[in-house]
Design a protein around this ligand. Structure first.
Ligand code: UD1
Ligand code: UDP
Length: 370
C-alpha cells in the first residue's frame, strides 16, 4: 500500500467507559493495512483510564493528562479545547473517532468541526430527551449528533432518535454496542477478583456516580443501601466507589462500618466483570453496567429517574427505581425475597450487541477510505 493511501485515524478516549468501549475498535483498526491508528488519551480520568488501557494492551500515542481533582466542567472544557487545537494541528488526522457522551467527546467534536475533520461517533443516538438527565451527557451527545459524519448507533432505537433529529439515514450505521465486544473479550479470560467475598452469601453489587444524583439523591440512595444491609445480614454488599469526591465522601459517611457492606476503590475492569458475574443483583446508575448486566443474566435496578437505554427495561430485565428511598428498598427487597420475581429478571438477554460491533464500524470506515 503506498503512503498516500494510508489514512491517519485518531481514536480519542477520556474516561473509563470510553477506554473500554473504544478498545475493540482500536484493536480491530490496528489490523487494517490502510489505517495508521493513533490513540489520544485526554486522560479526563487518570487511574480509571490507565487500568483499562493496560488490560487491553493499548498505549496512547498522545496523553493530555487533563484530570485535576474535582475539576469543574467549564474548566475541563476550556482546558481540553486549547489542548485539542494543538493536537489536531500537529496530527492532521483524516478522521477522528470518539465514543459516548463525555466532556471529552463534546470538546473533540467541536474542535474537529472547527478544523473540518470528519468525526465517527461510536454509541450515537442515545437520548432521554431531558437535558438535565443525565447532566451534562444529554447535551454532549446532542452536540456530537449534530457534528458527526458517521453515527455508529448501537440499536435500532438509537437510529430512530437520530432520524428524528434530522440526521440523514445514509450517515447512520446500526452496529450494536462495542461494550459487548469488550465484555466477550474479557469474560473469556481467566479473571481474578481482588476483593475477598464470601462464596456462600448472595452478593448485591452497587455503583453510582451520576452528577444529577449529587447531594440529596445520592444521600437517599445511600440511606436505602444502609437499610437493605441492616435488614439482610445474610447478604453481602459490595460498592466500588467512584473517586469523584462528591460521591466518595457521601458513600463513606453513610455506609462505612457495616459488617456486611464493603466499600472499595473502583475495581479494575476484569475484576469488575468477575464481580458482576458473581452478583445476585446489581444496583447502579452506570450506563455501561446497564448494558453488560443483562448479557450476564443479572437483574439491574437503575438508580436514575430516566434512561437512554430503554431496550433492557422493555424486555423486563432492568427496572428504573430512581433515587427514592422507599422504592429502592422495596424493589431490592422483592428481588431478594421473591424467587419468581427474581427469575423473571435474570433471563440473560443482550439487546445492546452481539460482540461484532467493532467489525461493523471498521467495515464502514474501510469502505470509505480503503
Ligand atoms: C465522567 C463523565 C461521565 C461518565 C463517567 C464515567 C463527563 C462530564 N462525565 O464523569 O459521563 O459516565 O466519567 O465514569 O464527562 N477522578 C479521580 N480519578 C479518576 C477519575 C476521576 O480521582 O481516575 C475524580 C477527580 O477528582 C475528577 C472527578 O473524579 O475531577 C470527576 O471526574 P470527571 O471526569 O469530571 O467526571 P465523572 O463524574 O468521572
Ligand atoms: N467498571 C469497572 N470498575 C468498576 C465499575 C465499573 O471497570 O469499579 C466498568 C463497567 O464494567 C463498565 C464501565 O466501567 O464497562 C462503566 O463505566 P462508568 O459506570 O464509570 O460510566 P458510564 O457507563 O456510566 O458512562
Amino acid at each position: 500500500m503506498n503512503k498516500q493511501s494510508v489514512k491517519n485515524l485518531l481514536c480519542v478516549i477520556g474516561t473509563r467507559p470510553e477506554a473500554i468501549k473504544m478498545a475493540p475498535v482500536i484493536l480491530a483498526l490496528k489490523k487494517e493495512p490502510w489505517a495508521n491508528v493513533r490513540v489520544l488519551a485526554t486522560a479526563q480520568h487518570r487511574h480509571m483510564l490507565d487500568q483499562v488501557n493496560a488490560f487491553f494492551g493499548i498505549e496512547p500515542d498522545i496523553d493530555l493528562n487533563i484530570m485535576r481533582p474535582n475539576q469543574a466542567l467549564t474548566t475541563l472544557t476550556a482546558r481540553l479545547l486549547l489542548e485539542l487545537d494543538n493536537v489536531l494541528q500537529a496530527e492532521k488526522p483524516d478522521a477522528v473517532l470518539v465514543q459516548g457522551d463525555t466532556t471529552t467527546v463534546m470538546t473533540v467534536v467541536l474542535a474537529c468541526f472547527y478544523h473540518r475533520i470528519p468525526i465517527g461517533h461510536v454509541e450515537a443516538g442515545l437520548r432521554t430527551w431531558d437535558l438535565q438527565n443525565p447532566f451534562p451527557e444529554e447535551a454532549n451527545r446532542i452536540i456530537a449528533g449534530k457534528l458527526a459524519r458517521w453515527h455508529f448507533a448501537p440499536t435500532e432505537g438509537s437510529k430512530q432518535n437520530l432520524l428524528k433529529e434530522g440526521v440523514p439515514d445514509s450517515e447512520i450505521i446500526v452496529t450494536g454496542n462495542t461494550v459487548i465486544d469488550a465484555l466477550l473479550m474479557t469474560a473469556a479470560k481467566d479473571l481474578e477478583l481482588a476483593v475477598p467475598l464470601d462464596s456462600v452469601k448472595r452478593l448485591v453489587l452497587v455503583t453510582s456516580h451520576r452528577r444529577e444524583n449529587f447531594g440529596e439523591p445520592l444521600r437517599n440512595i445511600c440511606r436505602a443501601l444502609r437499610t437493605l444491609a441492616e435488614h439482610n445480614p445474610t447478604v453481602q454488599f459490595l460498592y466500588p466507589v467512584h473517586p469523584n469526591p462528591n460521591v466518595k465522601d457521601v458513600a463513606h459517611e453513610f455506609l462505612a462500618g457495616l459488617f456486611n457492606f464493603a466499600l472499595c476503590e473502583p475495581l479494575d475492569y476484569a475484576p469488575f466483570i468477575t464481580a458482576m458475574k458473581r452478583a445476585y443483583i446489581i444496583l447502579t446508575d452506570s450506563g455501561g453496567v446497564q448494558e453488560e448486566a443483562p448479557a450476564l443474566g443479572k437483574p439491574v435496578l437503575v438508580l436514575r429517574e430516566e434512561t437512554e437505554r430503554p431496550e433492557a427495561v422493555e424486555q423486563g430485565v432492568v427496572k428504573l427505581v430512581g433515587s427514592n428511598y422507599d422504592r429502592i428498598v422495596e424493589e431490592a427487597q422483592r428481588l431478594l425475597d421473591d424467587e419468581s420475581a427474581y427469575r423473571a429478571m435474570a433471563r440473560g438477554v443482550s439487546p445492546y450487541g452481539d460482540g461484532h460491533a467493532a467489525e461493523r464500524i471498521v467495515k464502514t470506515l474501510r469502505e470509505h477510505f480503503a
